[in-house]
Design a protein around this ligand. Structure first.
Ligand SMILES: [Zn+2]
Length: 470
């Protein structure tokens, strides 16, 4: 019995259906083979150990399924039932987890708690809903991140989300998603995804809500951060805290390059302070392995909070000096004690992307330099550069030389000048694709890697100029 609770204006199920359908159609062979791993690729690949498949016993009666789905799925065992915290991306993935959980206890599911509305945390609900429908808990503003985009009729974030996740890339080019395995969707996912958004039956508006279910007392605490609808679950008896996506083992994704409304990073840091005040003995992240042990758990939360605060405060300091976003990304660097923490590596979030987002979140797009108020169009600028340099062939030579010199960013920027003059320029498209591939291979940040490689693939795709070229 699967409830169909998503409204027709709710883009999440459709988005994931689309993404899964794209996986099924994953193009083969458009990207050339890459050869041995670069240092960045090897580093990213090593992160696989943070989400190897395992049912982790976090404490007596608390289990977390890591690596079966992009997001963790947890079970808390009570006296006459169990509570599930987050349900994974798809019913097929969650069904496997449900079977593993049933091998531990066959008590019925009395409640499901969503830490937030992202599809990778809610899509597997159907696997946990039997004859007796469980309570489904969430914050009252559940889905607040994507609702404004849907209301505006915005659709481009689907393509951007696909690129960030690397869904269109062949498996051999995908390493992982920084905090989650790179999963190819199974065929059945494309069909069940339509009805995965099993809506909350119980909500609360703000603050702390204590609930009693399955003989367990749990506190649900509003914790805006990665999304405004984020909550954490505090299981005081075992001192286990379920952090949702406000904590995982990576520099946090303070800005998602697929594009979302502004993520309030100050609120995110404050939410981590709130979690720290619980003095947990274990923290279960939304992704990656649980942190078990009071000192380790609290250190992890503290360092993440400190990293977010540092990036926020340093960005504001630079903004007050009049620095533009392009300058701020050099100005704001994590201090060594935080930069050296492997669990703050930029596998998922990026400091530079966060800095730009913070600037934009406070002041909007204008960087303060009036030259940029009404800049030349890309084609207008490219025409002038081409003339100044003595023609397009010179631009092409410079781009080719930059690529050969290992200056891939400059090569990509020069290729953009050529493409601004002629988007169908096959040589420029190939040059840009090669430059983006080189940038991908030096990126330890999985979303950026996926995005570079996805656009490189699109540039090499015959006949796809209008849809894909940038
Ligand atoms: Zn997540």
């Amino acid at each position: 019995m699967k409830a169909r609770l998503a409204s027709s204006t709710d883009p999440a199920p459709r988005l994931y259906t689309l993404l899964c359908a794209l996986c099924l159609a994953a193009c083969a062979g458009i990207q050339p083979a890459l050869g041995a791993d670069t240092a960045a690729e090897a580093t990213l690949r090593q992160r696989d150990s943070a989400f190897d498949r395992e049912i982790v016993q976090v404490s007596p009666g608390v289990y977390t399924a890591v690596g079966f789905s992009p997001a963790n799925i947890s079970m808390i065992v009570g006296s006459d039932g169990v509570v599930i915290v987050d349900t994974g991306l798809s019913v097929s993935q969650a069904t496997e987890v449900a079977a593993r959980f049933r091998a531990i206890t066959d008590k019925p599911v009395k409640a499901i708690i969503y830490t937030h509305a992202h599809g990778d945390h809610t899509g597997g609900s159907g696997a946990f809903i039997g004859e007796e429908k469980p309570q489904i808990w969430a914050l009252a503003n559940f889905g607040s991140e994507y609702r404004p985009l849907a209301a505006a009729g915005l659709t481009i974030q689907r393509q951007r989300g696909t690129r960030q996740a690397g869904f269109e890339l062949p498996a051999r080019l995908r390493i992982n998603n920084g905090v989650a395995p790179a999963m190819q969707a199974q065929r059945e996912d494309a069909f069940v995804a339509e009805d995965v958004a099993t809506a909350p039956t119980h909500t609360f508006v703000a603050g702390r809500k204590s609930i009693e279910v399955a003989g367990l007392q749990l506190d649900l605490v509003a914790a805006p951060g990665e999304t405004d609808d984020q909550l954490y679950v505090w299981f005081e008896r075992q001192r286990v805290l379920f952090a949702g996506d406000n904590y995982y083992r990576s520099f946090p994704n303070l800005y998602a390059i697929r594009g979302t409304p502004y993520r309030d990073v100050r609120a995110w840091a404050d939410s981590l302070t709130l979690m720290l005040a619980e003095q947990p003995a274990a923290v279960v992240p939304g992704h990656t392995r649980p942190v078990i042990g009071g000192e380790a758990a609290q250190t992890a939360l503290r360092q993440h909070r400190d990293a977010i605060r540092y990036v926020h405060d340093k960005t504001v300091e630079g903004m007050n000096l009049g620095l533009t976003p392009d300058q701020l990304v050099d100005y704001v660097q994590l201090p060594p004690d935080l930069a050296d923490n492997a669990d703050l590596g930029e596998y998922y979030g990026s400091v530079a992307f966060a800095v730009r987002s913070i600037f934009n979140g406070y002041l909007g797009w204008y960087d303060g330099n009036p030259t940029r108020l009404r800049p030349l169009s890309p084609a207008g600028e490219a025409r002038r550069w081409s003339q100044a340099l003595g023609g397009q062939d010179k631009l092409r030579q410079l781009a080719t030389a930059a690529l050969a010199d290992g200056d891939a960013q400059w090569a990509a920027q020069l290729a953009d000048q050529l493409l601004a003059l002629d988007a169908a320029d096959a040589g420029a498209r190939e040059l840009k694709a090669d430059a983006l591939t080189a940038l991908a291979r030096e990126s330890v940040n999985a979303p950026a890697r996926n995005y570079y490689l996805s656009v490189a693939q699109a540039l090499r795709e015959p006949g796809a100029r209008d849809r894909h070229s940038r």
